[in-house]
Design a protein around this ligand. Structure first.
Ligand code: ARG
Length: 573
């Protein structure tokens, strides 16, 4: 019986009691389930039902409601006890529920503990990461990449069929600029050797030179037009630039354990935009203002959605609408999730509305998940000057630091490089996902790379500690006897483990991976308290077997949770 089933069963009893006691009662078991809280102090119970909100509908004072509902629990054999105080109904769990039912469930389900089939038969698309080719893949992309991937993993964990799409910015005037810059100052070997850095350097140089020689901009526009018209040399260069870029992105993605199902970027939709623009016109949605085509959205308190520039070239929103229509046709999604910086919130609100105005009811299934800005050591990012911290450089810094620590503390560690990568990259990811996604973050490099306190390395180290204990014990015992008087820290730890499915659900409902990160820290804290208070390997086989089994269940939950936030499991550090 999972914690959700356990709580539902109690909630159902309370709902039936409420129905008997109050003639005005319309509370269902689910309503009550949603009202349960975890009291901050364990003296006040393991579960509490605040009776304040229902007071108005039930026309009764909260302490009286609590008292009456408590009556229903007298014969409930799921719980140890209860009391009604100050408008709360406090419930004490039966220790055997934790030490027996729950612990067995975690051990049995293993990697599947916390998994549900809520999303069975439903398809969700995730449009994330999506860097702009030839522009640096910088720390600002960390958000879309790791939030997007965590959300995908969370949905997979809940049984949804998920499709990850990297909507590469692989089309636009920057390719005209890059072609001009390459012909003027670049060469094949340099690009082959320097990869994307060389492309970015060329792009940056273009902007420097164009500031002095504005005619370069015209040349770039002409080269892009030639590319659009299919001029072979330009198309070849463009394809090559993209190939080189994807190859490098994939190195970063591999460090994060990310693979995409599709790299259909903006260029993929080039030929799909004209029919959409026609459709918008046919449906009478567009107006032309100063030669530009747009859709007025005054009625929805938004500025017009721009579709075509006065020279007829397509704009960002037009490409997104065409992509959404294509995706609906291709994948018949139940939800399409876009993860970008909050700076693009208006853009998404506008074109989602336009899809609605086109008469497509599924516009309601388009979800924008925004996140706050990232500055580093107090400085905002500037792309054009080239003055940015690249994601891969940040990862390299972290990995090097971990390598140094391993060389010092554990020089004989097997697969050193793999561990250094998992811990170093994990440190950055964990630090980033410890914050609410919408908050603007000032990323202090020193903090991100610190391994003290509530950090990723601490979480991975706790995970590894579990395995080293299990190894010392000679493995996980096949069975264990349920202790008659479990220690308080054991029960506290099990209670935290029981909350994993809820942490997952909360993260899903609010599109917020931070919930999982914070949960991981709760597990680590509870485990380390247990480790400190209770010797795990003792002379008493019965005690040892139970504690090692518990340790294994901690490793299971930590491992499952770490994977959900793009961290790799590290059984040995
Ligand atoms: N390439 C864009 C950028 O870097 C993000 C694309 C997001 N996805 C989308 N369908 N608009 O800002």
């Amino acid at each position: 019986m999972s914690i959700l089933d356990y709580k539902s069963a109690i909630a159902d009893i309370l709902a039936r009691t409420a129905e008997k006691e109050f003639s005005e009662c319309t509370l269902s078991g689910d309503d009550i389930l949603n009202m349960f809280e975890y009291p901050p102090d364990k003296q006040m119970g393991d579960l509490a039902l605040p009776c304040f909100k229902m007071s108005r509908t039930l026309r009764c004072a909260p302490p009286v409601i609590a008292e009456k509902l408590a009556g229903g629990l007298c014969d409930c054999n799921l719980i140890k006890g209860f009391n009604a105080t100050g408008g709360y109904l406090n419930i004490y769990m039966k220790p055997e529920y934790l030490t027996d039912t729950l612990l067995h469930e975690i051990l049995e389900k293993g990697d599947d503990y916390g998994r549900t089939n809520e999303g069975e038969g439903k398809t969700v698309l995730f449009d994330y990461s999506s860097p702009n080719v030839a522009k640096p893949f910088h720390i600002g992309h960390l958000g879309t990449t790791v939030i997007g991937h965590s959300l995908k993993k969370l949905h997979e964990f809940a049984g949804y069929k998920c499709v990850g799409i990297n909507h590469l910015g692989d089309w636009g005037t920057q390719f005209g600029k890059l072609i001009v810059a390459y012909r003027l100052w670049g060469n094949r070997e340099a690009v082959e050797k320097g990869g994307i850095d060389e492309l970015v350097a060329l792009y940056v140089r273009f902007h420097k030179e164009a500031a002095k020689k504005p005619e370069l901009e015209d040349e770039a526009r002409a080269e892009f037009t030639a590319l659009e018209n299919g001029k072979e040399e330009n198309v070849e260069l463009w394809k090559w630039f993209i190939e080189i870029s994807i190859e490098e992105y994939k190195k970063t993605y591999a460090q994060l354990g990310i693979e995409f199902d599709s790299y259909a970027g903006e260029s993929f939709y080039s030929d799909k935009i004209a029919p959409v623009v026609e459709e918008l016109k046919d449906k009478g949605l567009t107006v032309v203002d100063n030669g530009a085509t747009m859709i007025p959205l005054e009625e929805y308190k938004m500025p017009p959605c721009l579709i075509l520039k006065s020279d007829g070239s397509t704009l960002y929103a037009a490409r997104d609408i065409a992509a959404a229509l294509y995706r609906k046709k291709t994948y018949d999604f139940d939800k399409c999730v876009y993860v970008t910086s909050a700076g693009q919130s208006l853009h998404f609100a506008q074109w989602f509305r336009v899809v609605g105005l086109m008469g497509y009811e599924w516009y309601k299934d388009l979800v924008h998940v925004p996140y706050g800005t990232v500055s580093i050591n107090g400085a905002k990012l500037a792309t054009r000057s080239g003055n940015v911290i690249l994601l891969k450089d940040l990862f390299a810094l972290a990995v090097d630091k971990v390598k140094g620590i391993i060389d010092e503390k554990n020089p004989n560690l097997e697969n050193k490089d793999e561990v250094a990568c998992a811990v170093g990259v994990g440190a950055i990811v964990f630090h980033y996902l410890s914050n609410s996604r919408i908050k603007d973050i000032n990323f202090m490099l020193e903090d991100a790379l610190s391994f003290e306190g509530n950090t990723g390395p601490y979480a991975q180290y706790t995970y590894a500690r579990c395995y080293s204990i299990i190894e010392k014990a000679g493995g996980v015992p096949e069975s264990y006897a349920i202790p008659e008087n479990a220690d308080e820290t054991v029960l506290e730890l099990l209670k935290i483990l029981s909350r994993f499915p809820e942490a997952v659900k909360d993260a899903l409902d609010s599109y917020e991976p931070m919930t999982v990160t914070r949960y991981i820290l709760d597990v680590c804290a509870a485990f380390n308290r247990f480790y400190h208070d209770c010797q795990i390997l003792t002379d008493d086989k019965e005690v040892t077997d139970f504690r090692v089994s518990l340790t294994k269940s901690v490793a299971t939950v930590l491992g499952n949770a770490l994977e959900l936030i793009c961290m790799k499991k590290t059984p040995k550090i």
